[in-house]
Design a protein around this ligand. Structure first.
Ligand code: GCU
Length: 416
């Protein structure tokens, strides 16, 4: 037995070495000291002490920093969008919900790109309902077994829906539609590939190709995350035309790479009234300067590019980074923001995600609002629900029932 334990320890030791060699650290005792940029000091050195200074000076300059250095610039040009109602079922989810599938056609006059939004709206609630918005990863048909859910237009470019991992309902456990409806929320989801297919060589099928002068080599050009964030705002444009939903009570939720995109969308577009990032890790809620789990070097090399080329200058050079992710989360203030982690998701660095949320707190304090208020991580399944919220749950990188219940508890707390 002893030998066995020794062998396991040696194996673990060599795995740790291997990970260290690959530039990945999973050992808390090996996290070197790091210094975070001061959230409330402007680039010119002015101390930001009130919300007016924050809104006039610091917030715009941080938005500029994240645009020029990390996610790229979101263009101001307007792209024409038309909406076609493809299907409506007023008696879905056992009569509890109305389902709609709406085609968005984005066009610049010479070229167009289609996307499909899948929506469920509770039937039993009188008046406008709050709405949750979030991208799915494997097509609208992956969110529920229902055979009347249409395939997302870009799906075939990435994977055939007959692929065993991509079949109908294959990600239904990530979409608690019944619960969401029971709690009185509408839900709107779209496949993120419709906006920017997450596969090398498909940029021409992405909405970025509708913008003139797109040049992906430009140091501050927007890439996949910028495009996904832009797409969330286009979903919001549509929802604002829908009489059943109350967009003043809107929640943008994103998981993993979409957790990164949700924070960026929420930072830019203040129409998202609550922003939730689930397991968003590096380039999302996790502090980059904290050397644990995924690194800038890894995340900035994932094809197709998610980040602007400028971001690569910080690969293996995090100390030079003039900003960090707490400043992205702070851009959502005073709107409530929630960061969620999973215990086994070390790649995403749960503690780094927690600290990213914690260090956004001073921006909330400028509004008299409450950040996490503690540098001690809460225990498993013990959410903190202030104006900044956080939980860590048991299990792996995923979206689970526990996550949804907590997200809606947080939203109820702020909306009701
Ligand atoms: C990879 C990537 C992460 C990302 C994740 C996901 O693991 O390295 O940065 O968050 O995929 O989106 O599932």
């Amino acid at each position: 037995m002893k030998n066995c334990v020794a062998a396991v320890l040696v194996l673990l030791g060599s795995l740790t070495n291997l990970q260290a060699q690959n530039g990945i650290n999973y050992d808390e005792s090996k996290v070197p000291d790091y210094v975070l940029p001061e959230l409330l000091t402007s680039n010119a050195g002015t101390r930001i002490t009130n919300k007016q200074q924050w809104e006039k000076i610091r917030r715009p300059e941080l938005l500029e920093t994240f645009s020029s250095q990390m996610y790229g610039r979101t263009p101001n040009d307007k792209i024409k969008v038309s909406y076609t109602l493809l299907d409506e079922n007023k008696n879905d989810l056992n009569g509890k919900a109305t389902r709609r599938q709406v085609k968005f056609t984005f066009s610049n006059g010479s070229k167009s790109i289609d996307a499909i939004l899948l929506m469920y709206i509770p039937n039993q609630v009188k008046g406008k309902v709050p709405v949750i918005i979030g991208y799915n990863f494997k097509g609208n048909h992956s969110t529920h077994k229902d055979s009347s859910i249409l395939y997302s237009p870009a799906l075939h470019l990435v994977k055939e829906p007959t692929n065993p991992d991509w079949v109908r309902g294959c990600q239904a456990t990530r979409w608690a539609f019944d619960d969401i409806i029971d709690r009185g929320y509408a839900i709107a989801t779209m496949c993120y590939h419709d906006i920017f297919p997450d596969k090398k060589g498909l940029k021409d099928h992405s909405i970025v190709s509708l913008f003139s002068n797109y040049n992906s080599n430009k140091s501050d050009e927007w890439q996949a995350i910028g495009a996904w964030a832009w797409g969330s705002s286009r979903i919001m444009d549509y929802l604002e035309t829908q009489k059943e939903v109350d967009t003043k009570k809107s929640v943008l939720m994103g998981h993993s790479r979409q957790g990164k995109a949700a924070l960026w969308a929420g930072a830019q577009d203040t129409r998202f009234k609550i922003v939730i990032s689930n397991d968003s890790g590096e380039g999302g809620a996790a502090l980059s300067k904290r050397f644990f789990g995924e690194t800038i070097e890894k995340v900035s090399n994932i094809p197709p590019a998610w980040f602007a080329p400028a971001y690569s200058q910080y690969a293996n050079n995090e100390a030079k980074l003039p900003f960090d992710q707490h400043e992205l989360i702070a851009l959502i203030a005073p709107r409530p923001v929630y960061v969620a982690s999973a215990e086994e998701d070390l790649w995403a660095d749960p503690k780094g995600e927690f600290l990213g949320a914690y260090h956004a707190g001073p921006a909330y304090a400028l509004y008299g609002l409450k950040g996490l208020g503690t540098t001690t991580m809460p225990g498993i399944h013990q959410p903190i629900m202030n104006d900044v919220g956080y939980h860590i749950r048991a299990g792996k990188h995923d979206v689970t029932q526990y996550d949804w219940t907590s997200f809606m508890n947080f939203a109820d707390k702020h909306f009701k």
